[in-house]
Design a protein around this ligand. Structure first.
Ligand code: PMP
Length: 305
């Protein structure tokens, strides 16, 4: 990925993709204290626009606050940087990755004395869990790894270090022939996917774990809450057990990368009809209408680049 043409915004400057480098003694590389965002821009009916840019920037600042990192840029600058990167790389629809990290002045667990940095990259990225998965649904495994307890790592931060847990779960699931992992919280209740929030549908009601299960407060999750309200679908946030998913009518993952991806199996148990269900399809279709600029009610969620 490093050896290609393009531009990356680094600490206020647009640099050539190949030159966007950091030192091996970078604090974050050693101890994992950093935060990032995953954002998408869509080629909407009115041109390229970033979906819920402000909410992503706000979450980045919240993550940094939780990790006690003082970003040396304003939210406006971070918004502008994301727009500029999409433009500079001439992308129509893409994934955008802002990341903040601690510099390389000094090692030792205490980050004091180090500078804080920020970069924004963007590249074309299609369906994260596959085009086929978007229609047919994916196969998911309950992970043998537990999701972070809310007082071990901070689960409302999209922290770099939280992702070693996601990577372990995802690798285990893929090695076992599944498409993605589902993680349970430390009490055994459903938390989230390795990089997605999870929803189930039962008797026409949509359920998702409340955030005390250690799940990230996903922006796509929030979008689905709005969609359900608009469609008159009841949505309940509550504790969910894995067997509630086995006997659900439908299940799906949400995320900026994953968008709205149906789940057709959990632990080799077929969910509902074993394919994308009607409620999931409705929500998925409403989601794509919004992100592609076809729903004027949500025009304010789209920032033109
Ligand atoms: N949970 C985790 C662990 C994630 O990495 C993501 C992706 N950012 C999500 C949930 C979904 O969040 P969002 O919809 O804001 O992308």
């Amino acid at each position: 990925m490093a050896d290609r043409d393009g531009k990356i915004w680094m600490d206020g400057e647009m640099v050539d993709w190949r030159d966007a480098k950091i030192h091996v003694l970078t604090h974050t590389l050693h101890y994992g204290c950093g935060a990032f965002e995953g954002v998408r821009a869509y080629n909407t009916v009115d041109g390229t626009a970033i979906f819920r840019l402000q909410e992503h920037t706000d979450r980045l600042f919240n993550s940094a606050k939780i990790l006690r990192m003082q970003l040396p840029f304003s939210k406006e600058q971070v918004n502008e940087a994301q727009k500029a990167v999409v433009k500079a790389n001439k992308l129509e629809s893409c994934y955008i990755r802002p990341l903040t990290w601690i510099g390389s002045q000094k090692l030792g667990v205490s980050p004091k004395g180090n500078t804080i940095h920020l970069m924004v990259a963007a590249w074309a990225w299609g369906a994260y869990l596959g085009e086929e998965g978007m229609k047919r649904g994916i196969r998911v495994k309950t992970s043998s790894y537990t999701r972070h307890h809310v007082n071990i790592t901070m689960t409302q931060a999209k922290a770099v270090s939280n992702y070693s847990n996601s990577i372990l779960a995802n690798m285990e699931a893929l090695d076992d022939g599944y498409d993605e992992a589902l993680l349970l919280d430390s009490s055994g209740f459903v938390s989230e996917g390795a990089g997605e929030n999870v929803f189930v549908v039962k008797d026409g009601v949509v359920y998702t774990p409340d955030l005390s299960a250690g799940a990230l407060n996903g922006i796509t999750r929030n979008t689905v809450l709005h969609i359900c309200k608009d469609l008159g679908i009841e949505l309940v946030q509550k504790r969910i057990t894995r067997d509630e998913i086995y006997i659900a009518d439908e299940a799906f993952f949400t995320g900026t990368a994953a968008e709205v991806t149906p789940i057709r199996e959990l632990d080799r148990v077929q969910i509902g009809i074993g394919s994308r269900g009607p409620v999931t399809e409705k929500i998925q279709s409403a989601f794509f209408d919004i992100v592609n600029g076809r729903n004027p009610q949500y025009a304010h969620w789209l920032t033109k680049v």
